[in-house]
Design a protein around this ligand. Structure first.
Ligand code: ADP
Ligand code: TYD
Length: 220
């Protein structure tokens, strides 16, 4: 049986990685076969690419950046996501192709048709079954990013230097995709506490994995 492909998206600092860790732990606790991954850097090659083009102070041309995210994704899809889905596993990825539409499309200004062609090529058309978009105000996300940097040893990356305007365009782009694809997207208000958000995430993912459950909670 084909597995399920779930992606978490949001601007930096939206809290999606925290929620991904929590929900995957919960699902594993229920005995489900869950694999968690991320982009960029879900494969050994991807981790080397990530270091080379993201965790660097070197100037990277926007086109090189677009193609490197695509290269990371092609490797990720072919060597990790597709084989795991074929084994019937639940794959949860911290970011996937929507991030390229939002960051390289809206953020960097590449035309949507160009981004779309590159994504098609990199993914072979593989789309997530469910995408959770963690929607947070840019102001709050920037505050969290600063405290995040101070409180742990997460590696800095080039995106951390972007402005509020950049993140506003990225957020708007995500919201437009969510509006266009309401079947795939769940938009979660990510301004609240970790626990508040966690219960929403658990409800949405449980509903998605058990659509037959008569006691299910409403999505959204
Ligand atoms: P992302 O993966 O979206 O960049 P993270 O999950 O890494 O976000 O969270 C960014 C920072 O904000 C971390 O320091 C994390 O502990 C903190 N954080 C996450 N969720 C919340 C929340 N709901 N409220 C306050 N701080 C949070
Ligand atoms: P990461 O530290 O993983 O950020 P976060 O925890 O917020 O997800 O860094 C990934 C960065 O790369 C993040 O700023 C988003 C950006 N990105 C793109 O610009 N395009 C993409 O296609 C992807 C997957 C990520």
């Amino acid at each position: 049986m084909q597995g399920k492909f779930i992606t978490f998206e949001g601007i930096d600092g939206s809290g999606k990685s925290t929620q991904l860790r929590m929900v995957s732990g919960e699902l594993r606790g229920r005995g489900l076969d869950v694999i968690t991954t991320r982009e960029p850097g879900g494969t050994p090659l991807g981790r080397r690419l990530r270091e080379a083009f993201l965790e660097t102070e070197e100037t990277v041309s926007p086109l090189a950046e677009l193609l490197l995210f695509a290269a990371d994704r092609a490797q990720h899809v072919e060597l990790l996501i597709k084989p795991s889905l074929a084994e019937g596993r639940i794959v949860i990825s911290d970011r996937y192709a929507d991030a390229t539409f939002a960051y390289q499309g809206a953020g960097r200004g590449f035309p949507e048709t160009t981004v779309k062609q590159i994504i098609e090529l990199a993914t072979g058309g593989l789309k997530p079954d469910l995408t959770l978009f963690f929607d947070i105000s840019v102001e709050k996300a920037l505050k969290r990013m600063i405290s995040h940097d101070e409180s742990d040893n997460r590696k800095k990356n080039r995106m951390d230097a972007e402005t509020g305007d950049f993140y506003s365009s990225v957020r708007d782009a995500y919201l437009r995709i969510a509006e266009k694809e309401p079947q795939r997207f769940a938009v979660i208000d990510a301004n609240g506490s970790v626990d508040e958000i966690q219960s929403k995430v658990a409800a949405i993912v449980t509903e998605f994995l058990n659509p037959q459950n008569p006691h299910r909670t409403k999505i959204g």
